[in-house]
Design a protein around this ligand. Structure first.
Ligand code: ATR
Length: 284
């Protein structure tokens, strides 16, 4: 990579940022396309977010990814928030268009494309979503877009699942999004062809999965949004049960693919991004 006076800067803000594969994905695409641009990690502590966004304007940073815990708060510091980002109140991409900062959400499309790539049959399917936070909301929105038959929400805190179901389902959405309780978990999981973990349970290798993996059966597709560790206990147990599995790496790459298009107007090389992120996982 050749950094000079014309290099355009992109990056990712979050806290704690820790190890992130996003620089590898985007820098691989910039390199392959011969673009004079660089993507760097920018840890931003809570309390510093407003100043960081002002810095984006002042420094002429071209675009950012936004990750935990800033996705909701950042919206109020931007000039505009578009489309599904406004609807969900969650921004994971900022585009700097000549000084105007616009918020977007590519997590939704990223998840939809990752499901498409894995050959999942979402249309008409009964889907169980575990979790009711920001990640779960993006997943639910993508499932609605992809024509899921019904969405069943399960969360450690039932009231939050009910709140999320009310916010995203109903007559307007044209789909039934229903929160289910501990007492209903056995029958609901059995009735679903797709099960998606959108909780953070599993990020630590010793952590209990959010549902008992003994409920998983052959023929079901189990998706865990976590990709570090690469295979959570939930995915390992699901594989053993004969289910098809996928982790969240596809969503990571496809949200990056869509972000790149918003920033540059160009379609990046998906294969180069995919492979660079895999290599980064081995190095990280
Ligand atoms: P994100 O943006 O990643 O979705 P979040 O909005 O903080 O993060 O949501 C985290 C989700 O993971 C929540 O659904 C949370 O459940 P609660 O609503 O009960 O807090 C869920 N979660 C986190 N740790 C969990 C654990 N150990 N077991 C089960 N669910 C967990």
């Amino acid at each position: 990579m050749n950094i000079d006076g014309r290099t355009e800067i992109y990056g990712i803000i979050g806290w704690p940022l820790g190890h992130t594969r996003s620089p590898a994905l985007h820098n691989a695409a910039f390199g392959r396309m011969g673009m004079n641009a660089a993507y760097v990690p920018m840890p931003v502590a809570p309390g510093e977010l407003r100043a960081a966004v002002e810095g984006v304007r002042a420094l002429g940073i071209k675009g950012l990814n936004v990750t935990v815990p800033h996705k909701v708060e950042v919206a109020q510091y931007l000039d505009r928030v578009e489309g599904v980002a406004a609807e969900l109140g969650a921004v994971n991409v900022i585009v700097n268009r000549d000084g105007e900062l616009v918020g977007h959400n590519t997590d939704v499309e990223g998840f939809r494309l990752s499901m498409e790539k894995s050959g999942a049959k979402v249309e008409g399917a009964e889907v169980a979503v575990l979790g009711a936070g920001g990640a779960a909301r993006s997943v639910i929105r993508a499932l609605i877009d992809a024509g899921a038959g019904g969405i069943h929400l399960f969360n450690r805190t039932l009231s939050k699942a009910e709140e999320t179901a009310d916010a995203l389902g109903g007559a307007d959405a044209g789909i039934d999004v229903r929160a289910f309780s501990d007492a209903e978990v056995d029958t609901t999981i059995a009735d679903c062809s797709i099960i998606i973990n959108a909780t953070s349970a599993g990020l630590r290798a010793d952590e209990e999965p959010p549902i008992n993996p003994a409920l998983i059966r052959r023929g079901q597709l189990v998706v865990d949004l976590i990709y570090e560790p690469w295979k959570t206990r939930l995915l390992e147990a699901s594989e053993t049960a004969g289910a098809t599995t996928a982790n969240g790496y596809g969503m990571l790459v496809f949200q990056a693919f869509e972000a790149f298009r918003l920033w540059t107007g160009h379609t990046p090389p998906l294969d180069a991004m995919w492979e660079a992120g895999l290599r980064e996982g081995l190095n990280g």
